[in-house]
Design a protein around this ligand. Structure first.
Ligand SMILES: Cc1cc2nc3c(=O)[nH]c(=O)nc-3n(C[C@H](O)[C@H](O)[C@H](O)COP(=O)(O)OP(=O)(O)OC[C@H]3O[C@@H](n4cnc5c(N)ncnc54)[C@H](O)[C@@H]3O)c2cc1C
Length: 377
């Protein structure tokens, strides 16, 4: 290696929830990690996210390999949060009261029956509630609600708080996070990783690293060049943050909207799913739809304070499955394409990448998300 260029043990590209979870896991295992972030911690999709950790609510809509991986990640979430909170001294807003999947009429009930069947076939627990039973546990929902499915083992986390706690933990464990450092190229020589070129405040820098993990979310195409041929696209999502009394114990989901209430009085309403590339305009119609659908199930939002509307770009591959893999280049890995579930899949992804980097093995549970599986013929 060139002695004039600084050498790192592991470089992670991107300080989103995936990059920081991997950096945290590797730091926890005693490795020296540097994270390069083109803007600032949390500049990506994670800032718009609601933080639902809901593999049981998603059991029908997703591929079975993804459900298995989501259930695995969910199974280690509590320990993941406890260790981050212990090291950082910060609270991540983790809550395990579950999701209430709401039906407002016969069509919704038909959909929920299919979901209930899918959950049962996978041995996942959920319970049907009548309108009377719903009002016993959520008295502030509207009279439009007819019945519901309670997925009591779903969790939620405050994704912004989690990200800040992850960053603090990494630094406490001796890691390094460099903001405003945009990676431009991964330079190879003789099919081997040579160095990383990045730009910071209009200046060019080079770093050598023994191993690199690309976690650049929806922006991955700009640095992937010949390392792998998987196209990652941005899927725009808009969410809203309101402030008011904490009146909902569960995550509330209807067929059109979800509401995630936090103990600090924040209510997250989301989220749109739009194939519009990197369009960062906020549409009045999207905000209107989110608020109207939220008001229909929870009329009290009318009195809440409107705090912000946020856009995020979910990273998605053609098949909408994550890409968690070694690339075509030795010692260079990629973890992206987590689409609608990056917060949920973060601890599972961090564990899988640490197994690849440290032990050189790819765990079976992430084999469906390797480069080969993403090939377009
Ligand atoms: C409205 C909305 C609601 C959501 N709700 C949920 C939810 O409830 N539960 C759930 O599990 N998921 C949810 N998601 C999805 C989740 O937010 C994403 O899957 C997750 O944030 C992806 O994480 P990431 O780290 O891969 O990408 P990002 O969070 O986008 O982070 C990527 C980072 O890489 C940086 N970067 C990019 N290129 C470079 C470069 N060249 N050099 C250096 N840095 C670079 C970016 O600036 C960014 O900080 C939601 C998403 C949206 C938009």
């Amino acid at each position: 290696m060139n002695s004039e260029i600084p050498t790192e043990e592991i470089v992670i590209i991107g300080a989103g929830v995936i990059g920081l979870s991997i950096a945290y896991e590797l730091s926890r295992q005693g490795l020296s990690v540097t994270v390069l972030e083109k803007e600032k911690v949390g500049a990506g999709a994670v800032w718009a996210s609601a933080g639902m950790l809901a593999p049981i609510s998603e059991a029908k809509s997703e591929e079975s390999e993804l459900v298995d991986f989501a259930l695995y990640s969910h199974s280690i979430y509590r320990e993941f949060i406890e260790s981050i909170e212990k090291i950082s001294g910060l609270n991540c807003g983790f809550n395990d009261t579950g999701t209430l999947l709401i039906a407002m009429g016969k069509d919704d009930e038909g959909e929920l029956e299919h979901l209930h069947e899918a959950q049962r076939s996978k041995g996942l627990s959920s319970a049907w509630l009548s309108q009377k039973e719903i009002f016993e546990i959520e008295p502030n929902l509207s009279g439009w609600v007819t019945s519901a499915l309670l997925a009591e083992n779903d969790y939620q986390v405050n994704s912004r708080a989690l990200l800040i706690a992850l960053a603090k933990s990494i630094i406490k464990l001796g890691g390094n996070i460099i903001e405003e450092a945009e990676v431009k190229t991964i330079i190879k020589f003789d099919e081997k990783l040579k160095s990383i070129k990045y730009i910071s405040r209009d200046q060019e820098f080079y770093l050598q690293s023994k191993q690199v993990v690309i976690c650049s979310g929806a922006w991955t195409n700009s640095i992937s060049n010949s390392l792998f041929e998987v196209d990652i696209r941005p899927v725009k999502g808009q969410s809203i943050r309101l402030n008011g009394p904490n009146m909902l114990k569960h995550v509330i989901r209807t067929s059109d909207v979800y509401l995630v209430s936090r103990s600090n009085g924040e209510l997250v309403v989301g989220g749109t799913v739009e194939e519009k590339g990197f369009d960062n305009s906020i549409q009045a119609g999207s905000i209107m739809d989110l608020l109207r659908n939220a008001w229909k199930v929870f009329p009290n939002i009318y009195e809440y304070e409107f705090r912000e509307s946020t856009i995020g770009f979910r990273p998605a591959a053609l098949n909408n499955l994550p890409l968690i893999s070694q690339t075509n280049l030795d010692n260079t890995f990629v973890a992206t394409g987590h689409f609608r579930h990056g917060i949920l899949l973060a601890p599972g992804t961090a564990w899988a990448i640490s197994e690849m980097l440290i032990k050189g093995i790819t765990p079976d549970i992430v084999k469906p998300f390797g480069l080969e599986k993403h090939k377009v013929f």
